[in-house]
Design a protein around this ligand. Structure first.
Ligand code: NAP
Length: 340
């Protein structure tokens, strides 16, 4: 089968090679999926740049999410059958014509969801759902700030916050993306490339008031400012550090320090919480939680609550162009690759 191997960290143009490798075999509890579409995630960009510590050693087949059909089933799998059309979270290995994964990370796709759309559901929508529904439990009227709202996870968070009737503040880095945020129903879109989001939000809600929940995958000073914006009872969910991308060592160290230092006594005194999320660790340590989130996400998509935005569908062999597109912040919603 064909697979796209990351052979060298650095620029997208020289990082990948399409290789012929052996088709994987499903072990106990696993299924083999014939991949039609696979997705890109920002973590792939971090892995390609050598900044992702969970990534496998080179040459590595990246890829967290695939959609296609079940091709073979390992022992002890009773929930799926050969021929089922499915979406799945892969623990790497998604950039390939066939991928194996644990059955708990696989969901059957209803007829009203196509494969490309389903590709967005496993990593990006599950992360958003786990963060917003399980870790935070949004309520009607909550003031919610979603950083980098026009991205894959950002879009999912906005759609969930809208479903929960929250007042939504969301940031993005261009006017095109701001228009997109408005189209999703964001009440207060903010261009964080040209405006200081902390000042803008203080102006909107009034000095001395705060927001209830913040979702932040930008990191660095964005977290420090966000923490200051929280009202008592407020929670900031940290799930990424995009700010560390494309910085030299000194810049990275500065960004790490910019997050700020927080002591539990300070959290008690202020009645604020900081939550960290790593979906890979949830998938590894709590497969039933991932399965619950995935089933719920598929349901909500089938009902039209979640409507993933497909930014662009690339041919699988155009992986370098797709990586550049994501890295250069051109994407809105999900970047999908298709074998054809
Ligand atoms: N912890 C977890 O389990 C988990 C799971 C999934 C995703 N994540 C994280 O969540 C974030 C979103 O992931 P995604 O796959 O949905 O990606 P994405 O949001 O579709 O794409 C990344 C976006 O981040 C924004 N950004 C901010 N600073 C950036 C920088 N220095 N360089 C490039 N982009 C920057 C850009 O939007 P603007 O142009 O609007 O700034 C860009 O479009 C990523 O940080 C990812 O690592 C974490």
């Amino acid at each position: 089968m064909k697979a796209i191997a990351l052979i060298k960290t650095g620029n997208a143009a020289t990082a990948f090679e399409v290789r012929e490798i052996a088709k994987p075999q499903p072990q106990k509890g696993e299924v083999l999926i014939k991949v039609d579409t696979f997705g890109l995630n920002f973590a792939d960009v971090m892995a390609r740049k050598g900044m992702y510590k969970d990534a496998p050693p080179l040459p590595a087949i990246l890829g967290y999410d695939v959609a296609g059909t079940v091709d073979a089933i390992g022992e002890n799998v009773s929930t799926l059958k050969i021929g089922d059309r499915v979406t799945a979270m892969t623990r790497f290995g998604g950039y390939a014509e066939y991928a194996v994964t644990n059955a708990s990370a696989v969901a059957v796709i209803p007829d009203n969801i196509d494969n490309a759309t389903a590709t967005a559901l496993t990593t990006q929508y599950c992360t958003a759902y786990y963060a917003a529904a399980e870790m935070v439990n949004l309520h009607e009227g909550d003031k919610v700030l979603i950083q980098a709202g026009a991205g894959g996870v950002g879009t999912a968070l906005i759609q969930y916050a809208k479903y929960k009737k929250c007042e939504i503040f969301a940031t993005a880095g261009s006017d095109t993306k701001l228009n997109y945020l408005s189209s999703l129903g964001v009440h207060h879109p903010i261009n964080y490339a040209t405006q200081d989001f902390e000042i803008e939000i203080k102006n909107l809600i009034g000095e001395g008031k705060g927001v209830d929940v913040i979702f932040d995958a930008v990191g660095g000073k964005s977290v420090k400012k966000g923490f200051r914006l929280l009202a008592p009872g407020g929670r900031i969910v940290c799930y990424g550090a995009a700010d560390l991308t494309n910085k030299n060592l000194f810049g990275k160290l500065k960004a790490v320090l910019d997050f700020g230092l927080y002591h539990p006594l300070m959290l008690i005194a202020l009645s604020k919480a900081i939550i960290g999320i790593n979906m890979l660790h949830i998938a590894d340590d709590k497969p039933s939680v991932l399965n619950r989130c995935l089933e719920e996400v598929v349901q909500l998509t089938s009902q039209g609550v979640f409507t993933p935005t497909l930014s662009k569908v690339f041919n699988a062999v155009d992986i370098a162009a797709a990586h550049e597109y994501l890295e250069k912040r051109k994407s809105i919603g999900k970047v999908v690759m298709r074998w054809s």
